[in-house]
Write a protein that binds this ligand. Structure first.
Ligand code: MG
Ligand code: ZN
Length: 239
């Protein structure tokens, strides 16, 4: 037995909101509107970085951003579900997210989940002494780019990142369970095997992509749907 691996997307999967959008909805709705109008012109991670610079320039503080993250919707059943599974001792947790390291760690710490994940693979961010949150793409735009053919954003290919994580672990997990909701979770689930499972959140981009493109792309894993985190807790209690 090599145990099981649970892979979590973060926004709308582990958390019940989208960090990149939420902080601007709370602190600067006009910047949120601007992001909506620019999202087809500017790569998303770059757009969030730019919006953080604008927020900083108008005096929005680190404390305000951290507070907004801590009050972001997050279902108590998700906290219970992952902690119970972790306590069972046979599960490794990986976070694969297009958010950033500061947003994710701030929220996990506020829920007592700072030690949950073996690795958090995401865009790097850090607080500067001025109070600016400096955010960069995981894949540096000036270096070699990833080779994804199924539509991952330039900042990161979740499929390549999952493969690289599995190679670093140096073992075969008996089962991989992937919890996701978005169009960018489609690539990594194509890397799963027949004994693996995707827990796909309903009415969001991943469900639509599985229905439209799953078969033609050779999706092998089982698919189970969920709407609320209480259902993930229920599924986890049987793993
Ligand atoms: Mg998501
Ligand atoms: Zn990809």
């Amino acid at each position: 037995m090599s145990g099981q691996l649970i892979v979590f997307d973060f926004d709308w999967s582990m958390a019940d909101q989208d960090t990149d959008r939420w902080i601007f909805e709370v602190l600067a709705p006009d910047l949120r509107r601007k992001m909506k109008s620019l999202k087809d012109e500017i790569q998303w991670t770059d757009l969030v970085a730019q919006s953080l610079r604008e927020a900083h320039a108008r005096g929005i503080t680190k404390d305000q951003i951290e507070h907004a993250l801590r009050i972001m919707p997050y279902h108590p059943a998700m906290v219970r579900g992952v902690l119970n599974l972790k306590a069972g001792g046979k599960t490794t947790f990986l976070c694969l997210s297009n958010a950033n390291s500061v947003f994710i760690s701030t929220i996990l710490e506020s829920k007592g989940l700072q030690d949950l994940f073996e690795e958090i693979i995401t865009n790097p961010a850090k607080w500067e002494s001025s109070g600016l949150l400096q955010l960069n793409r995981r894949v540096d735009p000036s270096g070699p780019q990833h080779k994804c053919k199924v539509g991952c954003s330039p900042n990161m290919c979740k499929g390549e990142e999952l493969d690289a994580f599995l190679a670093r672990q140096g073992k075969n997990f008996d089962r991989i369970v992937y919890v996701g909701d978005g169009t960018n979770d489609f690539c990594p689930i194509l890397h799963l095997r027949t004994q693996d499972l995707v827990l796909c959140r309903t009415h969001r981009g991943l469900q639509k992509r599985i229905e439209k493109e799953g078969h033609s792309n050779g999706l092998q894993c089982a698919v189970q749907h969920w709407g609320g985190a209480w259902e993930v807790e229920e599924i986890f209690s049987k793993l």
